[in-house]
Design a protein around this ligand. Structure first.
Ligand SMILES: Nc1ncnc2c1ncn2[C@@H]1O[C@H](COP(=O)(O)OP(=O)(O)OP(=O)(O)O)[C@@H](O)[C@H]1O
Ligand SMILES: [Mg+2]
Length: 456
């Protein structure tokens, strides 16, 4: 039985002249896990926002037999509130907010925690949480709201592999409890490991719906992008290199060298978040450093400014002549970056109207273009499709050639292995191991170290 039927849905955004959805159709069966796949900017989030009723559509029709709950790509939590309040808000009538039976609410949340194996202190303020933990709060909130149809927009993008695994298990148990789940993801594992079927969307159009177990992994990635995947290979050999900067972290002295990528990884809560805060502060006072944050909406960009202004950010002064902005040059310059990084957006569009992956590409394009001596990249390919990920790797490779240093923070062990010359694995806020990236340091070995297991 179909619990959802979306027929010929079209959506045009006049503000940036984009046909986000072009007669798109989707059918979801009750009780299935259905993945939506497609390139950055294909229209996935727009389609799900329309389904959830938070975005209008121009034409088409929709039948839904049940209540939807959505964990969106960008967090909508209130930083100054506790986890508990964030979960309760919007779930209860507002006028009763301060007379809600908090202990009853707490008991219900505790039950969800036990059922799904979560561990979070409900009193903690959201501002103190890592990106992965914030994501969990969003998920708990949807479960708490008792939706029958759960929509996840890239839920594992910012999570460590261990957290992602937990989430996938949780989605399976949601299904066992009779829920219907729709998941948008660029991660092959999310699709292959848990989905029953997946639908491919390209340039706002329906391509096809596939039964997951009928296709192999390679085919899935091909389906996702509709193109051949060109892998970028990066030289991760170590050699004698000139130091650029030394800083203290977790009681250790850490040096970054010219032409080196120093990768930090670990499981969620291992201390990467603290390291990121420290490096962010250093970048503010050290002109040698630039920083691309993992929480791109919060710190990465001004969503209300034009894309060209986001892209030129620190270079604004270069485009001023006797106090006047050289508009034509700014446009040309921004357009060049848009082309080079294949950002789906125009120079004058509002930055906030870009799709999640394109927003991330804009942040990366900007920092790479600043050409700092040291670049701090936190989860640089979070939410980015397979082909664009390889394009970003190619840009990182170019950047590194000019004797620049990169500090890479990532929960993705494959990414760490692929890019880093040296790898530092964190465990419980300590450095458990520092290694050069040799052949024997496989993603599996890195994963074991992240779990605190050292076997020499
Ligand atoms: N509020 C908006 N105003 C203007 N344009 C928008 C708006 N929301 C989305 N768009 C545009 O619609 C297109 C589809 O965006 P959408 O966010 O649905 O893509 P997506 O498939 O979710 O991509 P990603 O994988 O990067 O998250 C993009 O070109 C985007 O810029
Ligand atoms: Mg999206």
């Amino acid at each position: 039985m179909n619990i959802i039927r979306m027929n010929n849905i079209s959506k045009y955004f006049s503000i940036n002249n984009t046909q986000a959805l072009d007669s798109m159709s989707l059918e979801i069966e009750k009780g299935e896990i259905h993945a939506i796949v497609g390139e950055n900017g294909a229209g996935k989030s727009t389609l799900m926002k329309i389904l959830h009723g938070i975005e209008h559509y121009d034409s088409g029709n929709i039948t839904i037999l049940g209540r939807t709950g959505m964990v969106s790509q960008h967090f909508r939590l209130i930083n100054e509130f506790s986890i508990l309040d964030n979960i309760i808000i919007g779930s209860e009538p507002t006028k009763h907010l301060f007379i809600i039976n908090r202990s009853r609410a707490k008991a219900r949340i505790d039950k969800i925690f036990t059922q799904y194996g979560f561990q979070l202190n409900l009193k903690t303020k959201v501002t103190d949480l890592s990106v992965g933990q914030k994501q969990l709060v969003e998920i708990i909130k949807v479960i708490y709201n008792d939706a029958q149809i759960l929509i996840f927009d890239e839920p594992t993008a910012a999570l460590s592999e261990q957290e992602s695994e937990k989430l996938r298990e949780m989605i399976i148990s949601l299904k066992k409890n009779g829920k219907t789940v729709i998941i948008i993801s660029h991660k092959i594992k999310d699709i292959s490991a848990i989905s029953d079927r997946f639908t491919i969307i390209r340039k706002g159009q329906y391509i096809e719906t596939v039964i997951t177990k009928d296709v192999d992994l390679k085919e899935i990635s091909h389906h996702m992008s509709g193109k051949d995947i060109v892998e970028t290979l990066i030289d991760t050999q170590s050699g004698i290199k000139e130091p650029i900067k030394t800083f203290q972290f977790a009681g250790k002295s850490i040096t970054i060298h010219k032409g080196e990528i120093l990768g930090f990884t670990g499981y969620g809560g291992c201390g990467l978040h603290q390291l990121e805060s420290l490096l962010e502060k250093q970048a503010l006072i050290d002109p040698k450093m630039s920083y691309a944050p993992s929480d791109r909406l919060l710190k990465g960009v001004e969503i209300n400014s034009k894309l060209k202004n986001t892209l030129i950010a620190k270079k604004r002064r270069d485009f001023t002549h006797f106090g006047f902005l050289k508009n034509k040059e700014i446009d040309n310059y921004a357009q060049d970056l848009i082309n080079r990084f294949d950002i789906k957006g125009s120079v004058n569009c509002q930055t906030g109207t870009l799709s999640g992956g394109n927003l991330q590409k804009a942040v990366i394009a900007r920092v790479l273009d600043e050409n700092p001596e040291i670049l701090i990249l936190s989860s640089p390919t979070w939410g980015i499709d397979i082909n664009s990920t390889n394009e970003i790797y190619a840009n990182i490779k170019e950047f590194k050639k000019n004797n620049r240093g990169i500090i890479l923070l990532s929960y993705d062990v494959e990414e760490i292995k692929k890019l880093s010359n040296r790898i530092i694995v964190m465990y419980k806020n300590r450095i458990i191991k520092e290694v050069t990236n040799e052949e024997k340091i496989t993603p599996r070995v890195i994963g074991k170290l992240s779990a605190g297991i050292i076997d020499d």
